[in-house]
Design a binder for this molecule. Structure first.
Ligand code: 13P
Length: 253
């Protein structure tokens, strides 16, 4: 039985005060559910990770980072290592979010190295994958998802892979209000699970959590979560409002 997982990617939003207030509000609203019936992670900008960790300590809410570098220390100006994140109480990390792939220009290979480095540093990676609108229109969704998974999970043993969460985020659904229909999400999630069975084994594929992301909100969370292969939601915009995000957690639980 896969425990539902709801993660809030705050992207480049909030400030020192609102990040703590948002975290406290979510922890209060999700008490009795978070950590128990549903895994909940808040993913603030790097500079607020530590204060959010403090704000949610002992509440069952976990904290993640939006990115990480592939080396453990050294002359890499501006970068943050897995060890640093672990050191301040961060557990999860997004690898290969579409904004990093398509706005910042991260390659598939770099994303794979980030997954590997995160695991090496004791973090739980959330590997984000998904196609652009033109790729979907050209019938390339499965090819893109396959490439993202094969490069993102390259070299992982079954044991290491069991610590990885997959997030399917079709790029055309992110921040656009154009959510994938539950059926569209289910189709790709089922395909992903089949691919994991081929790449690793059936048991791992059955246990792997696959989140959907892309304009998920309090209104559509239940229908998305009702799909057999949708195990949770990676939420952007709607994770910035306590009430909306708590409703999503409740729908997932
Ligand atoms: P929105 O929920 O704002 O569409 O963002 C989704 C996302 O990119 C989460 O990582």
């Amino acid at each position: 039985m896969r425990k539902p997982f709801v993660a809030g990617n705050w992207k480049m939003n909030t400030d020192s005060r609102s990040s703590v207030e948002l975290a406290q509000g979510v922890a209060r609203g999700a008490s009795g559910l978070a950590g128990d019936r549903v895994s909940v992670a808040l993913i603030p900008p790097f500079v607020y990770v530590q204060s959010v960790v403090r704000a949610v300590s002992s509440t069952g809410v976990a904290v993640g980072a939006q990115d990480v570098y592939i080396e453990s220390k050294g002359a890499f100006t501006g970068e943050i290592s897995p060890a640093m994140l672990k050191d301040i109480g961060c557990n999860y990390v997004l690898c290969g979010h579409s904004e990093r792939r398509h706005v910042i220009g991260e390659s598939d290979e770099l994303v794979g190295k980030k997954v590997m480095a995160s695991l090496g540093g004791g973090l739980l990676p959330i590997l984000c994958i998904g196609e652009l609108l033109e790729e979907r229109d050209a019938g390339q969704t499965e090819a893109v998802v396959t490439r993202h998974l094969e490069t993102g999970l390259a070299g992982l043993s079954v044991d290491k892979m069991s610590a990885v969460t997959i997030a399917y985020e079709p790029v055309w659904a992110i921040g656009t209000g154009r959510t994938a229909t539950p059926q569209q999400a289910q189709e790709v999630h089922e395909f992903i699970r089949g691919l994991l069975a081929d790449m690793f084994d059936k048991k791992l594929a059955d246990e792997a959590r696959i989140l959907y992301g892309g304009s998920a909100n309090a209104g559509n969370a239940k229908d998305l979560m009702a799909q057999k292969d949708v195990d949770g939601l990676l939420v952007g915009g709607a994770s910035l409002k306590v009430d909306d995000f708590v409703k999503i957690i409740q729908a997932a639980a």
